[in-house]
Design a protein around this ligand. Structure first.
Ligand code: ADP
Length: 604
């Protein structure tokens, strides 16, 4: 039994638990992969939006070059330079200020300081830079970047870049970093997810908020270099200033430039921030400025902590520290679905483990029952052998005595013959019981049902049995009603039941040798077989009806038996729609009752 339990634990429980834990782990991995895929999808959306914004700025840059060429077509470069601010603003709404710089003299030709307040502010803020008298922190994007001004990698320090400028110029530019109001190295937002990071890294590190867009100190002439056009972004008094510049082949010594009107730019960019309809119910896309404020959002009315998008992409040097960011409309949704999946799997595992547990318990119980039946069968064989041997020995002994003529007295001879008859009957009963049990076990027992007078059956069985009982010192009482009690039954089968009950009353009588049989008529016919014997031990009242079960075993009580008599009696009674039950009697002894539905009542 222990071996079976061990095999069961090793073969079923342990693999089941291992599988359950693997399932839970794979669920966690699946969830992680799902999150990554979602992050990648949304990151792709943010990237595409950032590209569109960058392309829009590049388009404006080309547009600016065309504007300059158009204006140059109708006037000389020198004339245009003088009135560039007015002329440009007149033809191109994106310009806030138009400026012109003469490279040889390093002087600003336009706008005029006296023309309007915006022009005056522009000159105040940019003159020193445009006249190459000041090195400032800028974010630039030239079509051709001179080697000396190769953009610094993240590892480059500002000091190294400043040194490069000094070497390239062979002069000493004034490095006025104190005036660089915004030396920004940090991103305006901190995305919750980093879609391009390997999962292992992501688990170990917090999302980085270091910007990939870096500023570097530079002077205007170095930025222009040999290029024809370019963009320069810088922060002035914490406000982004975006300059586009262009050199015409007609006069490469003149640089025409425009400071973009940020409000017009924002207005134009708003049209770009829109989402694929399939994503509109899941996320909100936003263009976030350097102060982490939304410039444009795809879902009007949506509010969030703008500094904590799900994923975000920096636009680049064109709009430094501006980002396209994606926010989840329902941030708890992923977590909730993960929780539901975890709960479902947990429940499934629990149900499986419970099913395995209950299954094992049922198997073990059945195994125990089978073992008990096997043990009972062994006992049965030895009991039956013994029961066969005892009457056979008596029969043999008394028949030998009679055959040898050693008993001559007629009274004694009759007595011996009675014993032989009784023992033969006992043998017959036993063999009948065993055969009937085998038939019932195989489901082959057949009953010949007919109208049966139970009064007659009971009287006949008791009267047949009476001499044997009285010879053995029993007091036999029979109490049957005067009228017939009719039942529909197999008469022989009912006789067998009453014989078994009478035989038990005799066997388990002990010292008080009293047997009473009482037939009661009513809704059902009841045959009570009563004795004043040993009685059924407490707790065994139901088990005595189980096959092979013996409450008084042969060794302890010295009473022989097969443990089949009551099993058969009950099976026969139940096959007739009745039962055999046990009750203890006041004053000691047993009362076994055979109940059979009456014929009249049945048909009614
Ligand atoms: P057995 O061949 O052992 O008598 P039965 O199926 O007829 O088998 O009875 C089952 C058990 O019920 C007996 O072993 C005995 O312990 C108990 N039993 C049956 N009849 C009586 C009775 N009249 N008085 C006390 N115990 C009884």
């Amino acid at each position: 039994m222990r071996k079976v339990a061990l095999v069961f634990v090793l073969a079923v429980i342990v693999p089941a638990l291992v599988l359950a834990s693997l399932a839970l782990r794979s669920l966690r991995d699946q969830q992680f992969v799902l999150e990554r895929q979602q992050a990648l999808l949304y990151q792709g959306t943010a990237d595409a939006l950032a590209k569109e914004v960058d392309a829009y700025i590049a388009e404006r840059q080309r547009e600016f070059g065309l504007q300059v060429e158009t204006l140059l077509a109708s006037s000389t470069p020198a004339d245009l330079a003088a009135s560039f601010d007015n002329q440009l603003r007149h033809t191109w709404s994106m310009a806030e200020v138009g400026f012109a710089v003469s490279l040889p003299g390093s002087c600003v030709l336009a706008p005029s300081v006296y023309s309007r307040p915006e022009a005056k502010d522009f000159r105040l803020q940019n003159d020193r830079f445009l006249c190459n008298q000041e090195v400032v922190e800028v974010y630039w994007q030239n079509s051709l970047v001179p080697n000396a001004l190769q953009k610094p990698t993240n590892s480059d320090s500002n000091a190294q870049v400043a040194q490069q400028i000094v070497i390239a110029n062979n002069q000493e530019p004034k490095l006025d970093l104190a005036k660089d109001q915004n030396i920004k190295g940090k991103r305006a937002v901190t995305p919750q997810q980093q879609a391009y990071v390997a999962p292992q890294q992501l688990q170990q590190t917090e999302p980085s908020d270091n910007s990939k867009v870096a500023s570097a100190p530079a002077e205007f002439r170095q930025l222009v270099g040999d290029s024809n056009e370019g963009r320069i972004a810088r922060f002035l008094q914490d406000r982004l200033s975006l300059l586009l510049w262009y050199r015409s082949p007609r006069d490469p010594q003149l640089v025409f430039g425009a400071q973009l009107d940020l409000d017009s730019l924002k207005q134009a960019l708003r049209a770009l921030v829109k989402l694929d309809p399939t994503l509109q119910h899941e996320i909100c896309a936003a263009l976030i400025d350097d102060r982490a404020q939304p410039v444009a959002i795809s879902n009007p009315g949506f509010h969030s902590n703008w500094k904590r998008p799900f994923v975000a992409t920096e636009i680049g040097e064109a709009l430094p520290h501006w980002e396209t960011a994606i926010y989840l409309l329902d941030p708890g949704r992923l977590q909730r679905s993960a929780q539901t999946a975890r709960f479902t799997l947990g429940l499934l595992v629990a149900v499986l483990v419970a099913a395995i547990g209950i299954g094992s318990w049922l198997i073990v119980t059945d195994l125990r029952r089978q073992l008990a039946v096997a043990r009972q069968k062994t006992d049965f064989v030895s009991n039956v052998s013994h029961e066969l041997k005892t009457p056979l020995t008596s029969i043999r002994m008394f028949s030998e005595l009679l055959a040898e003529g050693r008993v001559t007295e007629p009274g004694r001879q009759r007595q011996f013959l009675q014993i032989i008859t009784a023992e033969t009957a006992r043998l017959g009963r036993l063999i009948n019981n065993v055969l009937d049990f085998a038939r019932m076990d195989r489901g082959e027992k057949k009953y010949t049902i007919a109208s049966c007078n139970l009064t007659e059956v009971v009287r006949e069985v008791v009267e047949t049995y009476r001499p044997h009982l009285e010879n053995n010192g029993f007091q036999v009482k029979l109490d049957v009603p005067s009228q017939d009690v009719m039942v529909k039954a197999d008469c022989d089968a009912l006789s067998q039941v009453i014989v078994n009950l009478l035989s038990n009353a005799e066997k388990y009588s002990g010292d008080k040798k009293e047997v009473s049989v009482h037939l009661e008529n009513g809704e059902c016919a009841r045959v009570h077989v009563l004795d004043r014997g040993l009685g059924v031990p407490h707790g065994c009242e139901q088990r005595i009806f189980q096959q092979f079960y013996r409450a008084h075993d042969s060794l302890g009580s010295g009473i022989q038996g097969s443990g089949l008599g009551l099993t058969l009696a009950r099976q026969i009674a139940r096959a007739h729609g009745g039962d055999v039950t046990y009750e203890s009697r006041d004053g000691g002894g047993s009362c076994f009752t055979l109940t059979i539905p009456c014929q009249n009542n049945r048909s009614a």
